[in-house]
Write a protein that binds this ligand. Structure first.
Ligand SMILES: Cc1cc2nc3c(=O)[nH]c(=O)nc-3n(C[C@H](O)[C@H](O)[C@H](O)COP(=O)(O)OP(=O)(O)OC[C@H]3O[C@@H](n4cnc5c(N)ncnc54)[C@H](O)[C@@H]3O)c2cc1C
Length: 473
């Protein structure tokens, strides 16, 4: 086991890399390890702010030679669980980005956010398969499968990866694609950061087209009618349309728009890539579902896609939990109302159901279902809950998230989406984020490809012999 890094170790690593190395107490250490989730405090022994793939190769070799654990952070959006000890490689300065308009592809470095891709691709009328906020990092999101805003039309983001540049635990930089190494390529798509550090990634882009999208807010007192309408409506919604519904209890804070401050509301999010006329026709039943507080759905310039979900723009302290659900049944609707409806006292900022299905349900073009490690193809909905870790309620929030998971368990698929799993109650429960077949392949591959379990932080699976077959927790 590695003991706390010394000044000598920092100097040793610094001599091998171009990026800067920081240790606890250094002026820039705190800024470099900071996560988007302010309730999570990473405390690695050393952090390297890598500037290129050579830095990552040198750092992985150096750490591996010392049996030092290695973790990676880009934007810190996935920081549900704290990283303690070892070497953290920060990729936020690895900002390579190029668009090939002819081939409709992009190549990005490990620090690039979706927002950067959209800005670079927009002049060519192209976009990529980002999620609810474009502030998230392209690589970390895609390694977790990546459930896109328009996922029901296009599938998972990881379905559209063409190649990874990956530094494996043995410190070798490899180009991994469907031909060079189909097994590793499949393990990376949905398998998260288990097999090394991706330094760059290539993937397909798609025409922007017309977007009819946005959000509708209803008073929370109408939660029951809105949920009933959503249930009926979403059952016949074409796969090309995406939607989610959130129970939102907003704090009385300046950052929250005036009309929402301190209120409990229902928030429908809708996205349709097509004409406003057709989108409006599809949305009509939800516009009539209950009195509307604000209707913000209409033709939307693609670069304003973040307005649809309106996720937080600045770091906040939160505790999160998610799971995948089978169908929006009577029982599930009732359970959702109980845990987050008007009479609930649970300290949940957000409880959201997102429609899965459509192109998310099947591997692309009938590809081998065991060809990747994505979870959620069997789910009708993804559930995600968030509580703010404000000092007055911080002691109540984790229990409220755990209670929500428990209440919805009878309606679950038994799995979670790795990107939307949230906090892990215990490291061995990370495996529940993958379908059984993927879980076995990942565990076996982990024992073989990362025998020292160097990449054990974040949402990491245990090597095969140690995998615990557990339910969601
Ligand atoms: C507000 C918000 C909205 C979100 N919306 C969606 C959504 O719509 N759909 C969805 O699928 N997800 C969504 N997510 C989850 C998000 O995709 C994951 O948290 C993802 O891990 C973020 O990646 P990151 O690189 O930005 O975060 P980081 O915290 O920097 O990284 C998280 C993890 O990703 C892995 N990772 C990152 N970079 C690398 C690398 N270069 N090599 C190997 N592993 C790496 C590591 O396991 C790391 O621990 C959302 C998250 C937030 C906070």
């Amino acid at each position: 086991m590695h003991i706390l890094s010394s000044h000598t170790e920092k100097t040793e690593l610094q001599l091998l890399v171009r990026g800067l190395v920081y240790a606890p107490g250094d002026a820039h250490y705190d800024a470099e390890v900071a996560a988007f989730n302010l309730a999570t405090r990473h405390t690695p022994d050393l952090v390297l702010s890598a500037v290129n793939a050579d830095d990552v190769v040198a750092a992985v070799r150096w750490a591996a030679a010392r049996d030092m654990s290695i973790s990676v952070q880009s934007t810190g959006h996935g920081a549900a669980n704290a990283i303690t000890g070892g070497l953290l490689i920060s990729t936020r300065l690895m900002l390579e980005l190029s668009i090939d308009p002819e081939e409709q592809t992009a190549r990005v470095g490990a620090g690039v956010r979706w927002r950067d891709v959209l800005r670079a691709a927009a002049p060519y009328g192209l976009m990529g398969l980002h999620g609810s906020t474009t502030d998230v990092g392209v690589v970390g999101y895609t390694l977790g499968g990546g459930i896109p805003l328009l996922g029901r039309k296009y599938g998972f983001a990881s379905d559209h990866v063409l190649a990874f540049d990956l530094v494996t635990p043995d410190g070798v930089l490899r180009r991994v694609d469907a031909h060079s190494d189909p097994r590793l390529f499949g393990l990376l798509r949905g398998g998260k950061g288990n097999f090394g550090i991706v330094t760059a990634m290539e993937f397909s882009l798609f025409p922007v087209g017309e977007l009819f999208a946005g959000g509708i807010f209803y008073e929370g007192s109408h939660a029951r009618e809105v949920l009933a309408a959503f249930r009926h409506w979403s059952g016949s919604l074409p796969a090309e349309a995406s939607a989610s519904l959130a129970f939102l209890r907003l704090p009385d804070m300046e950052e929250v728009p005036g009309f929402l401050r301190g209120k409990f509301v229902m928030h429908l999010r809708f996205a349709w890539q097509g004409t406003a006329e057709e989108g409006g026709r599809l949305l009509a039943p939800m516009r009539a579902a209950a009195p509307v507080l604000v209707d913000g759905v209409g033709p939307l310039p693609y670069l304003r896609v973040d307005e649809i979900h309106a996720d937080p723009e600045h770091p906040v302290p939160v505790h999160e939990g998610g799971m995948l659900l089978r169908e929006l049944s009577d029982g599930l609707a009732e359970a959702l109302l109980q845990l987050a409806g008007p009479d609930s006292t649970a300290p949940l900022l957000l409880a959201e159901i997102r429609l899965m299905g459509g192109a998310l349900a099947a591997p692309l073009n009938g590809a081998d279902p065991d060809g990747d490690c994505v979870g959620g193809r069997d789910a009708a909905l993804s559930f995600f809950a968030v509580g703010i870790m404000a000092p007055q309620i911080a002691h109540l929030v984790p229990a409220a998230i755990a209670a929500a998971r428990l209440a919805l368990e009878p309606f679950g698929t038994g799995g979670t989406a790795v990107n939307l799993h949230g906090h892990l109650a215990a490291p061995e429960l990370a495996a529940s984020a993958w379908p059984e077949a993927a879980r076995v392949r990942l565990g076996e591959a982990k024992a073989e490809l990362d025998p020292k379990n160097l990449f054990r932080h974040g949402h990491a699976i245990l090597p095969a012999a140690r995998v615990v077959h557990a339910a969601v927790a």
